[in-house]
Design a protein around this ligand. Structure first.
Ligand SMILES: [Zn+2]
Length: 142
């Protein structure tokens, strides 16, 4: 897609540090890494959001991410843990609207933070929300 930097990378028209590629997927270093070793895995096909992603292709993207997670741990970069992360939508801080799965190493004292109000919810509230999601799931994929 015109103007999409990940399509440009997939087409070889924009420079990137490639770590893995096959017919359907591509993995390369994030230009602005959380920590050294931060990799992005993308489908070659332009897919804006997770909702547009074919499930089989999504499975292949995740398989590549799983294998890269092990590779990162064995690569010599500082890695005491890893995060896999998808940002879907502007509210979730998606910056490039071509689906991508982040895989990045973590270590004690790094600067990555996730902050939220982690307050425990009541069982009644959890059950209520679970019921809403179950209904939506059944309507979508029954
Ligand atoms: Zn694209």
């Amino acid at each position: 897609v015109n103007g999409c930097v990940f399509c440009e990378i997939a087409g070889g028209r924009v420079e990137a540090s490639i770590v893995y590629e096959d017919d359907d997927t591509l993995a390369f270093m994030d230009l602005k890494p959380v920590n050294p070793g931060h990799v992005l895995v993308v489908p070659r096909e332009h897919v804006p959001s997770v909702r547009d992603l074919d499930e089989e292709l999504g499975g292949r993207v995740f398989k590549v991410a799983m294998r890269l997670e092990s590779a990162i741990r064995n690569s010599g970069v500082r890695c005491e843990g890893t995060n896999m992360f998808v940002a879907d939508g502007e509210a979730a801080f998606q910056d490039v609207f071509h689906f991508h799965l982040h895989v990045f190493p973590r270590f004690q004292g790094d600067r990555f933070t996730i902050d939220a109000d982690w307050k425990e919810q009541s069982r009644a509230e959890l059950d209520r929300v679970a019921s809403d999601i179950r209904s939506a799931y059944e309507q979508l994929w029954r």
